[in-house]
Design a protein around this ligand. Sequence first.
Ligand code: MLT
Length: 323
Amino acid sequence: MKTSFAATVLLAAFATPAAHAQSYPAKPITLVVPFAAGGPTDVVARTLGAAMGRTLNQTVVIENKTGAGGTLAAAHTARATPDGYTFLIHHNGMATAPALYRKLPYNPLTDFEYVSQVIDVPMTLLGRKDLPAKDFTELRAYLKAQGDKVNLAHAGLGAVSHLCGVLFRQAIGADVTTVPYQGTGPAMNALLAGQVDLLCDQTTSTTQHIKAGSVKLYGVTTAARLKTLPAAPTLAEQGLKGFEVVVWHGIYAPKGTPKEAIDKFGAALRAALKDPVVAQRLDELGAVVVPEAKQTPEGLRTWLAEETARYAPVIKAAGQFAD
Ligand code: MLT
């Protein structure tokens, strides 16, 4: 059939808006998690991802890309196509990795777009249920006596469970052996099975096991006691003066990701953090949603730069590197 010039122009006029009608996001979005399923980063990503998917009208697919203390996932995200369909959720490891790793294949301060800070999470120092030490005082004495026969599980160099474990080991001056896992999900399973002795991990994954009595709780890593575990003393009040580790989380995208995608993903995150069901769940798990001023690209970018500068001299002084 022959079409006149006028009809072609008319068809094109109708066709063009239709072609652009399917605006972002037009397909599922991947949220990369640097640690194994079942761990605290995974729990938070899945809780937020489900709520964000409802706002975005698309599925947020969680991809657990484990290894090298979270640096493999960050490298993967830095190299991903910047089309708005790949994001990364990561914690303090984004700020510690440049000082920990001699050959980091990405620069956290220049190779990403920044979406938002998310939540702050306290940590808990746990022991297997049948560890002979019944409280922190006994634990100290036990570790002094047993030395490197005691195992502390963690999620790799760059993981906060490792940072917390190493800081704790230094603070008490004991020679605990560290055992790496792909995330604290599997590390917690090893603790529950009695295969390792100690684990320092975030309340977002430990609260349920503490409340069920399936692990021993020796203390929390915050300056003040937690309202979710009010009976648990802080490590600082038990003699480790100034001991404080709080885990912060941020969401990143590959450099060059369109602003529309950053804005829409960020808006969906802010809506999820305000969702009453999500907010209650995070609250029960001890997580604290960051103030709205930090729920911005600039809020995360500034915080990451400050944290990177803060950690670098501390890690260099400790002389800890990985190749
Ligand atoms: C960490 O130790 O860095 C994380 O808690 C690991 C995880 O999310 O599994």
